[in-house]
Design a protein around this ligand. Structure first.
Ligand code: Z2T
Length: 835
């Protein structure tokens, strides 16, 4: 119970004071005056909110200093355009950035509360699906830490990624009401709202200089309201802004008059506008050509570009300098309509001629591709596109006409090449190919890991590579060590800092100093002790939430990521069945005890992924309850995997499963987070796994499976999965047991679609890689028995993760693409007269 009223407050209104006593006073003040609660009736959420406001008060001065500096100095600015920002909870991260974590912990404890409980209370903004959205969040963290002027623009989804429940082993989706108790980290700026047009038609007219001009007469207008969230740099004065747009009905659209007293109709139309930012589309790597999704994309892009131009006006800069002022990164094709939208603004609103507008546009944009999977490539039905954005369609036709002229010049008499490269797919129903628009409208195109960038040039973007080789580059992904080590694994962070100081947090390459301690058995023991303690914590949480006892000394073998056939959670499942079968055949077999943990959401419409979740839960039911197993194998599907939970998972892992079919995982970023926390990887030569292995050394990485090249060759030579089934008795037994209903209470049909896909198609070569995977897992099991050797390998994984800091990625983007220098923000001093 809160009962201490701190004394010795020096400044009645101090909002920058960060001592324990000032924080206590501020916390109680916020509880009373903002939450309007006294301790007796305050809920845990009230306490969370009181602390959140206490922290927010202490970052506003940096935030406003940053904003003022950017307005005054008008520095060149990175704009990160992304339909997703998978931020995760803010409170802990902000405490760390401000250097307030320990002081706040003490203050909260002195008030009789517990910081961990309050951190747990925060509903995370799950405004993304997975890796792509989380990458955007890591990148804005690093941009602020590196003191780069930057703005993140995105969508303020009212409902983020769904909450996952498991019923009878199946995934059930629940709406994510993340805003229901209020969001203390955002500031609405209704005064900065903008209007976005949709539909209607275009007209031509001649302007006062007798020039031919086009005007767009829309069918409807939607208002975009910005909500700003501060993004603090770590131990920096920079606090950049993440500006997320909410759609509302505009006042200027007089619904009352328009609907002639039809009150119900007017309200109905209002809710129509608000639908645009209602909900995040929960598909990670497959697109559905839904009009509402295109509306979301155009809505936030239009708001963001208008906003960027408005800021230039405030800075007294003319729009012809747009490309000098902004480097805009397109996070996949989702915001790619920006190419046509900027052209429209420059041509129709500012009266530039085509060549000038095009020069500005292509010098502004750069495009990051995040997948090679063909089902993820966005294509909009031409008719839908034209109905929604008639002027943009005209502009895209003109971009395409001029582009194809150039292709004809570079590659004369190649009709097929023109057909392949056109922005318009005319092979059947006509579509707009957004990746083509992105490549043509950008000066740089990058993949997210070395292999991925090479494959882009060789496969889906090959024609564009031949056309514009100079545009292509690679920037390997990275993750922020602030959230994924310091915040999520404080025991490890403290141990590291104890030995090498805290420079590594901003300069992750300094982790290499740990190598000096590898022969120090005291250090190795402490390191192993950290892992054991974290595993115990997780085991306790799993016992509390699932009633399942797991052995903290067993090998924690974890696969946590979106559920997808290409990520092959079912290959992992086949291995579990294999170990189970071995123990059933010989109950006294001496195997390494393992706990298999899974986490991840399936796209609601992706039946096979949902069946994989059911499969894992069904195996768990049998394995966890079979007395012959004697607890040596445990399987748990952890529901509702999200950023908050991920932060608990990575530190507790011994083994990180990165087992995608080679050539399919563009990069992966979970692989980096696990490794940073001392997990060893079992993985294929795919995405960033290759670079992780290069860094940690082949001897500290469990490699298996076909290479990307071998995958292609095998498919080309006529892959027959049944051959693998017939010739491998363990594989055959595993599949037969599934087929017999052994894991589904006798229902031999339950997993039929999955088994058929494996036996007759197996697009992702699960059966082809099975033997290699199981053999590799056997080596993992053996290695774990030599715990000192394992600890050495684990230490070397942490030690050699420097490359995978998102700070390194951002430095590469800055050098290769953005060319934006840092701007130091002056030390904040709280003043009343800060106008
Ligand atoms: C996504 O998370 C990724 C790619 C997508 O392609 C879409 C989504 Cl939602 C359209 C992932 C990749 O699968 C992963 O390999 C990569 O590490 C991540 O993006 C960030 O680049």
């Amino acid at each position: 119970m809160v009962n201490i009223v701190p004394n010795n407050i020096q400044l009645e209104d101090d909002r920058t004071g960060m001592t324990v006593s000032i924080l206590k006073r501020a916390f109680l003040d916020n509880l009373f005056y903002v939450q309007a609660k006294f301790p007796k009736i305050a809920t845990k959420n009230d306490y969370y909110m009181a602390l959140a406001y206490t922290v927010r008060d202490r970052l506003v001065n940096r935030w406003l200093n940053t904003e003022r500096t950017y307005i005054e100095k008008a520095p060149r600015t990175v704009v990160y355009l992304s339909a997703e920002f998978l931020l995760g909870p803010h409170l802990g991260n902000n405490l760390i950035s401000l250097g307030l974590y320990n002081v706040a912990k003490q203050a909260i404890e002195e008030l009789g509360l517990n910081l961990a409980d309050l951190l747990e209370q925060e509903e995370e903004p799950g405004l993304g699906n997975g890796g792509l959205g989380r990458l955007a969040a890591c990148y804005i963290d690093s941009l602020a830490t590196l003191e780069i002027p930057a703005i993140g623009y995105g969508i303020r989804y009212e409902y983020g990624i769904f909450d996952q429940q498991i019923k009878d082993g199946w995934q059930v989706e629940i709406t994510d009401k993340w805003l229901q108790y209020g969001n203390p980290w955002e500031v609405a700026r209704p005064e900065a709202s903008l209007e976005v047009k949709f539909g209607g038609h275009t007209e031509t007219y001649t302007d006062e200089f007798d020039r031919y001009r086009v005007r767009w007469v829309p069918y409807k207008v939607v208002k975009g309201v910005p909500y700003d969230t501060p993004i603090l740099g770590f131990q920096a004065n920079t606090a950049n802004t993440l500006r997320l747009w909410k759609a509302e009905a505009p006042e200027s659209f007089d619904f009352e008059a328009f609907n002639k007293g039809d009150y119900f109709g007017a309200v109905h139309e209002k809710s129509d506008s608000e639908n645009i930012t209602k909900v995040l589309y929960p598909n990670d790597e497959s697109y559905q050509g839904k009009q509402l999704r295109l509306e979301q994309q155009y809505f936030f892009v239009s708001c963001s570009l208008q906003d960027a131009i408005r800021l230039m006006k405030l800075q007294n800069l003319a729009p012809e300098r747009f490309h000098e002022q902004y480097a805009i990164q397109l996070n996949d094709t989702h915001p790619t309509i920006a190419v046509a939208a900027l052209m429209r603004l420059l041509l129709d609103e500012y009266g530039f001629d085509w060549d000038r507008a095009w020069n500005i546009t292509t010098n502004t944009f750069a495009y990051t591709n995040h997948t090679l999977l063909p089902e993820a490539l966005e294509r909009w039905p031409l008719e839908m596109f034209g109905n929604l954005l008639p002027r943009h369609l005209e502009i895209i036709y003109e971009i395409n006409r001029r582009f194809l002229d150039r292709v004809r010049i570079k590659f004369p008499d190649e009709i097929d090449r023109l057909r392949r490269m056109s922005i318009i797919d005319e092979s059947g129903e006509r579509y707009i190919r957004m990746a083509h628009l992105a490549c043509i409208g950008s000066h740089a195109i990058n993949g997210v890991a070395e292999l991925h960038s090479e494959l882009l040039k060789k496969t889906i973007l090959h024609d564009f590579y031949e056309m514009y080789p100079e545009k292509f580059t690679n920037v390997t992904n990275g993750v922020t060590p602030r959230r994924f080590i310091v915040l999520s694994n404080p025991r490890l962070a403290n141990l590291i800092t104890d030995r090498i100081g805290d420079g590594w947090i901003k300069n992750l390459d300094e982790l290499r100093k740990l190598e000096n301690f590898i022969e120090d058995s005291g250090f190795r023991q402490e390191f192993a002790g950290v892992k054991r303690a974290v595993k115990r914590d997780l085991a306790e949480q799993i016992r509390d939430n699932y009633g399942i006892d797991i052995d903290p000394d067993s090998l924690f073998d974890i696969q946590a990521k979106r559920i997808h056939e290409y990520k092959r959670q079912h290959l992992n499942a086949l291995h579990i069945i294999t170990l189970y079968n071995r123990l059933k055949a010989d109950p006294n077999l001496d195997i390494t005890p393992r706990t298999f943990l899974f986490g991840g959401k399936a796209a609601p419409g992706y039946y096979m992924a949902k069946l994989i979740i059911k499969l894992i839960n069904s195996i768990a039911d049998v394995v966890n309850h079979d007395p012959d197993i004697r607890g040596r194998l445990k399987v748990v599907f952890l529901k509702d995997y999200n950023v908050k939970f991920a932060q608990r998972i990575y530190p507790a892992a011994d083994l990180s499963e990165q087992i995608s079919t080679a050539g399919k995982e563009a990069s992966g970023t979970g692989n980096m987070k696990f490794s940073m926390n001392g997990a060893l990887t079992i993985g294929t030569l795919d995405g960033a796994n290759i670079e992780i292995r290069e860094e940690v050394g082949a001897e500290n990485f469990f490699l298996f499976g076909l290479t990307a090249e071998q995958v292609l060759a095998l498919k080309a030579s006529g892959y027959n999965p049944r051959d693998y089934y017939e010739s491998n008795p363990e594989l055959k037994l595993a599949i037969d047991r599934l087929d017999s209903g052994f894991f589904s209470r006798g229902d031999g049909d339950l997993f039929r679609p999955l088994l058929d896909a494996l036996m007759y198609q197996d697009d992702y070569l699960v059966l082809a890689d099975y033997a290699s995977y199981v053999e590799c897992q056997d080596r993992v099991g053996q290695a774990y028995r030599d715990s000192d050797r394992w600890t050495r390998m684990s230490i070397l994984n942490v030690d050699r993760m420097g490359k995978f800091s998102s700070d390194r990625s951002i430095r590469e983007y800055l050098q290769k693409i953005w060319k934006v220098p840092p701007v130091e923000i002056q030390v904040p001093e709280y003043t009343q007269s800060n106008g």
